[in-house]
Write a protein that binds this ligand. Structure first.
Ligand code: PLP
Length: 406
């Protein structure tokens, strides 16, 4: 098959900003540059435009505008939700419940809190990566001050029973945070229906700009401010607003909110073709994550007896961008905590590749991958693989954990 241009299949890591988003942002770098806190006309106009995005974002989640705070992305939103609620409620108790498969923005924040006197329960998952709401119930003590469980997993795509967990949290009067960074734009979300009290989102995961996101904070939730300084974001997240970023977030939310069902159906169709094609043509291969309750674009596959890093590298030579299930840190392979939690062995985790499809992937892209992949896997299985090999990217990038699933 003819070599194509870039085939991007790593939409869980980031997405390209849509042209409508860039167009909406451009005037705000120079022409409409007024500080939203300034009182003259161009300042007031910036304020109005920021508040319009706040309303738009709130509407997309079934929230009120006052409950939306803009942040610098998903990582900051997760940090704020968890540390903010932990410190504001520490006199009631110091116990937090989360899961073993959260994004590092949640896990490392919880580990930090453990070093500061908090106690964290990391709930296990089944082989599909699903969390049992009953296990959440069982983990609750009279010291529990926060439950944080992700909406959908970024590595294996599994959608968690958020509404069920939300109901349990509400019944116990415990605030419930969900990292919905992978869900926004892919799945319908209603914070009231699902009894969500705090929700993290990030614009660059749904065709908006990088470095901007939001934290939904339900009215009445006790939470500390996160960045101290001026009065922005109700004094809880100080600093002059990222005006172009927020405008871009607004446009991305607007484009993402419409026709979620139709877009997801299209993505699922492509996902099925890629999944069936890989599993049907390459032996000793299995799909990770839940077979049905999964993100519409996620295809996480384990190839036995190959290193995912090698597959990534070979696909890269064909212009195809994917991720792996392991991260090279300090020169040694650290298998993904998510894959290990689902019961994969470290070897299986190392043989895992994540394809995440997005709006611009065509069936032609998928056919191309299905055309080249069997040969790649076959070649790699013929050559004995070295563990050092798998850390090629790590060394080449000077120690960056370039292949870490984002
Ligand atoms: C990408 C991602 C994050 C981090 O978001 P950033 O905006 O890149 O900081 C957090 N959680 C999940 C599930 C993600 O996929």
């Amino acid at each position: 098959m003819e070599k194509k241009g870039l085939i991007y299949m790593d939409h869980a890591a980031t997405t390209p900003a849509r042209s409508e988003v860039i167009e909406a942002m451009l005037p705000y770098f120079a022409g409409k540059f007024g500080n939203p806190s300034s009182v003259y006309r161009i300042g007031r106009e910036s304020r109005e435009d920021v508040e319009a995005v706040r309303e738009q974002t709130a509407r997309a989640l079934g929230a009120e505008p006052e409950e939306i705070c803009f942040t610098a992305g998903g990582t900051e939103s997760d940090n704020w939700a968890i540390k903010g609620v932990a410190y504001a409620n520490r006199h009631q108790g110091k116990h937090i419940i989360t899961s073993a498969i959260e994004h590092h923005a949640v896990l490392h924040t919880c580990e930090y809190l453990e070093q500061h006197g908090f106690e964290v329960t990391y709930l296990p998952v089944d082989r599909y990566g699903s969390i049992d709401p009953g296990a959440v119930s069982d983990a609750i003590t009279d010291k529990t001050i926060l439950i944080s469980v992700m909406f959908a997993n970024n590595e294996i795509g599994t959608i968690e029973p958020v509404a069920g967990i939300g109901r349990i949290a509400r019944d116990h009067g415990i605030p419930f945070h969900t990292d919905a960074v992978q869900a926004v734009g892919n799945l319908p979300i209603d914070v009231d229906e699902m009894k969500i009290d705090l929700l993290s989102l990030s614009a660059h995961k749904f065709y908006g700009p990088k470095g901007v996101g939001a934290l939904y904070i339900r009215e009445g939730v006790k939470i500390d401010g996160f960045i101290h300084g001026g009065g922005q974001e109700g004094g809880r997240r100080a600093g002059t607003e990222n005006l172009p970023g927020i405008i871009g977030l607004g446009k991305a939310v607007e484009l993402a909110a419409g026709a979620i069902k139709e877009r997801s159906a299209h993505l699922r169709e492509k996902r099925s073709r890629l999944t069936d094609g890989i599993l049907g043509s390459i032996p000793h291969t299995s799909l990770n994550g839940h077979p049905e309750l999964r993100l519409p674009g996620n295809v996480s596959v384990t190839f036995r007896d190959v290193s995912g890093e090698s597959v990534l590298r070979m696909l890269d030579e064909h212009g195809v961008c994917v991720s792996t299930g392991s991260a090279c840190t300090s020169g040694s392979l650290r298998p993904s905590h998510v894959l290990l939690a689902t019961g994969l062995t470290p070897e299986e985790a190392h043989g895992t590749v994540r394809f995440t499809l997005g709006r611009t992937n065509t069936l032609g892209d998928i056919e191309y991958v299905l055309d080249v992949l069997p040969g790649i896997i076959d070649d790699l299985r013929q050559t004995p693989h070295h563990h050092g090999d798998a850390c090629y990217l790590y060394r080449k990038s000077g120690g960056r954990t370039s292949s870490e699933p984002l």
